[in-house]
Ligand binder design. Structure first.
Ligand code: SF4
Length: 305
């Protein structure tokens, strides 16, 4: 390590040192008298090393911030939730439902079936709104108290806005009229999804989750005596489970105090006509459960419509 140049050479004389110190003190006192107060750098002056004096240094006074120590940080605004919106959600009539939360809010706030219908007609909450011709809401007056719930509109339903009007719809109409002995208007018919999935593909889980508050509110407002979901998608939604069709059908479930009798979708029956008998058994169970009289000529074994 290098040494300071002053440390090199002969030792200083201690008497000389004392004399130099005394001269320095005398000069300092004279200058102080001349200026009539403290010199820069002494107590009470605004010099950089000065401590605060007087009332500002008393109890309760705030010390100045220490150099280099960070002061308390300013509160920073919290970032919003991803997808959070600042504007209020529109109710039915104020604007379309634009996402799943809007659908939930509008469906829950709808006071009657017409409000649900209007909410559905304006809905743009999933991408199916871009390819639909019409929303498909509900058919029938439901005098029997029985409500069929299908999966989603097909091409014919999309064109007309009425559920179950294609080939599968004709088979359902036959079940109601020829089998149950009712007019088609005596039952309600609705779907899980209100818009047609392109190319009749299955609804995605997101589409179902987004759209089903509309159906749930429909059911709440209509208060059917019995629900008959048609096919796996509708049955799983109504029952709130994931299961194979054959594990769900063939018996009466009770959901929220309401009997539910799942059966095959008519489109499946068109491809698998041998299962029409099984479907007819389910329909008879539903009719018995709901107290709907079964026409005698149709009640025989194997007399599926
Ligand atoms: S399918 Fe349902 S959620 Fe999607 S746009 Fe149509 S009504 Fe809205």
């Amino acid at each position: 390590m290098d040494r300071d140049k002053r440390d090199e050479g002969a030792e200083p004389d201690p008497n000389e040192e004392l004399l130099r110190l005394a001269r320095g003190i005398r000069g300092h006192v004279k200058r102080r008298k001349r200026l009539g107060g403290a010199l820069p750098g002494e107590v009470g002056t605004p010099g950089p090393a000065a401590k605060p004096a007087g009332p500002a240094s008393g109890a309760g006074a705030k010390p100045p911030p220490a150099a280099g120590r960070p002061t308390a940080p300013l509160p920073t605004p919290k970032p919003g939730r991803p997808g959070a919106r600042s504007e209020p959600r529109p109710t039915v009539g104020e604007g379309p439902a634009r996402d799943a939360a809007d659908v939930k809010a509008q469906a829950a706030a709808a006071r009657d079936l017409d409000e649900v219908r209007r909410g559905v007609a304006q809905c743009t909450a999933c991408e199916l709104c871009a390819t639909r011709t019409n929303t498909v809401f509900l058919d029938g007056k439901g005098h029997s108290g029985l409500m069929f719930v299908g999966e989603a509109p097909g091409a014919e339903e999309d064109k007309t806005g009425v559920p179950f009007v294609g080939r599968a719809g004709q088979l359902l109409t036959d079940i109601v009229t020829k089998g149950m002995g009712l007019d088609r208007r005596d039952v309600w018919i609705a779907n899980v999804l209100k818009c047609r999935p392109p190319e009749n593909r299955d609804p995605t889980p997101d589409e179902k989750a987004t759209c089903t508050p509309w159906l749930d509110r429909q059911i709440e407002l209509l208060e059917p005596r019995i629900l008959v979901p048609l096919g796996r998608h509708a049955s799983m939604h109504v029952l709130g489970i994931t299961a194979a069709m054959n594990a769900m059908r063939g018996r009466v479930h009770t959901i929220a105090g309401r009997p539910v009798v799942p059966t095959f979708h008519p489109a499946y029956l068109l491809r698998n006509p041998a299962d029409k008998k099984e479907c007819w058994k389910d329909i008879q169970v539903a009719m018995q459960t709901a107290g709907i009289p079964i026409p005698k000529r149709e009640a025989g074994p194997g007399s599926a419509p």
